[in-house]
Design a protein around this ligand. Structure first.
Ligand SMILES: [Fe+2]
Length: 476
């Protein structure tokens, strides 16, 4: 990597040094603004600014991140090409730091990449690309504290009048939410949306605050009212629709949740990208846990996962969701083959070989084994796999809402295996945080009925029904 002074050095929209002509830098700023909105045109814009590495090194940086942030193995080639181009051209210090982060990520050292972007942001706090990618990395490795604090460190450096500041507030909202500051996260997120109603990441942050507090009716109203801002025309639609489907599950509106799956989460027209398919797996599995039939949807989804799980393990959060689809489709032999491949990977890869090995060994493998055990009716095994790691699920990435699928799997298996005291403890823990949870109340009622406490079970069912009636009002 060569660091040198670039004769035509300029600053980008954040006031940070960047190599390239004024015209090239303008196109870079436009690409950054598209990425902040998850606008589909960001792909074409990235190709445009990456066409000539010497004219705009940050074009290569942008392309590398765009490829890496999908978490899909087939996209790694694009990131590698961009990284190779960066190694042959003069770079300023900020561009050199980005190249280091990209190389660490490509090398499988996801946490190192995140830390490199932290260090970069200490020096250039208004590098909004570093902020956005850094937060995504924090999300991928399950670092809730830095999801919040990475943004908090930079936010005061942004001009309140800068339109991008609203998007940074949207990021801050998500970090606040994942670290448990739900009320503040909601307020910050709503302020972000006042500035940029099409900030779909900010919409998503606010949605999470309702999910985590069990404010299902508020969540449904929020998404329905603002649907024109997030429901179509961006690369994040499937996931926000997935969140609406989660609310509808809590409301007991299973058919509507399934209709959202078909129309917006996963269908024949969906891109075969992991970040979309994992929402499909997670929604179908929740329906399965609730005893709801899903037709042949798992089969199509499992077939789509095949190309993603064929190569070298890269991000086990994806492999885990592929195992869900395979198990749901009844392909338990293929699910076992994925697990055995992950076991070989953990056994053969050096301990210090990268982030994914540790994430696989600690969480990904037992979580995948638990899903297979559930599918095979081995509920004691599910409890054995998940109970020891249930407080550290975050170490394999994702959000609290996404990882809740594991907590629910554990709870259901505790009930199925007759470990009713454990089931009741898990359910009471959930209700202590979300006392409106219809799922939690109905699960509690099932446990009470099996323990012979029929009157209390009926009363608990009625409490769940009362919440669902209120959720219905919002959904109708
Ligand atoms: Fe989410």
């Amino acid at each position: 990597m060569t660091s040198t002074t670039i004769p035509n050095a300029a600053v980008d929209g954040g006031g940070n040094p960047i190599s390239g002509s004024a015209e090239a830098v303008t196109r870079y700023d436009e690409a950054v603004d598209l990425l902040l909105r998850y606008h589909p045109d960001v792909v074409t814009a990235a190709e445009g600014i990456a066409s000539d590495p010497r004219a705009l090194p940050m074009g290569q940086v942008f392309m590398a991140y765009l490829s890496l942030m999908t978490t899909d193995v087939p996209d790694l080639d694009g990131a590698r090409q961009a990284a190779a181009a960066l190694s042959t051209i003069p770079l300023n210090e900020r561009e050199t730091a980005h190249a280091s982060a990209i190389n660490a990520w490509l090398d499988g050292r996801w946490q190192t990449a995140a830390r490199t972007l932290d260090e970069l942001l200490v020096r250039w706090p208004t590098d909004v690309l570093a902020l956005q990618i850094g937060q995504i990395l924090d999300f991928f490795v399950g670092d809730a504290q830095n999801l919040r604090d990475r943004i908090g460190r930079s936010l005061p450096s942004f001009d309140p009048g800068d339109p991008r500041t609203g998007f940074v507030r949207g990021m801050h909202s998500f970090g606040l939410e994942e670290s448990g500051h739900y009320d503040k996260a909601e307020a910050v997120g709503l302020a972000a949306l006042d500035r940029n109603p099409d900030d779909v990441w900010g919409v998503h942050a606010v949605v999470h605050t309702y999910e985590m507090r069990g404010l299902v009716d508020d969540g449904i109203r929020f998404l329905r009212t603002r649907e024109p801002d997030w429901g179509s025309g961006n690369l994040f639609t499937a996931h926000n629709w997935w969140h609406l489907a989660l609310y509808l599950l809590e409301a007991g509106r299973y058919e509507e949740a399934l209709a959202i799956y078909d129309a917006e989460v996963y269908n024949d027209a969906s891109p075969e990208v992991s970040l979309v398919m994992l929402d499909g797996s997670a929604l179908l599995w929740r329906l399965t846990l609730d005893g709801f039939e899903t037709g042949d949807r798992y089969s199509k989804l499992a077939a789509a996962w095949e190309s993603q799980i064929a190569g070298e393990p890269w991000y086990v959060f994806n492999d885990f969701h592929a195992v869900i689809a395979l198990c749901g489709a009844g392909r338990t032999g293929d699910a076992r083959a994925v697990i055995q491949r992950l076991e070989r990977y953990v056994a053969e890869a050096p301990v210090q070989s990268g982030s994914n090995r540790a994430m696989t060994a600690e969480i990904g493998l037992p979580a995948s084994r638990a899903v297979l055990a559930y599918a095979e009716g081995r509920h004691d095994d599910v409890v054995g796999d998940l109970l020891p790691i249930r407080t550290v699920f975050q170490r394999f990435g994702g959000s609290h809402a996404q990882r809740d699928v594991l907590q629910r799997t554990l709870t259901e298996s505790a009930i199925h295996s007759g470990q009713l005291d454990l089931a009741r403890a898990l359910i009471d823990e959930r209700l202590s945080l979300r006392d409106t949870s219809a799922y939690g109340l109905l699960a509690r009622a099932r446990v009470l009925a099996r323990q012979g406490a029929d009157d209390e079970a009926r009363a608990t069912e009625q409490a769940a029904a009362a919440h669902r009636a209120r959720f219905d009002t919002a959904a109708s």
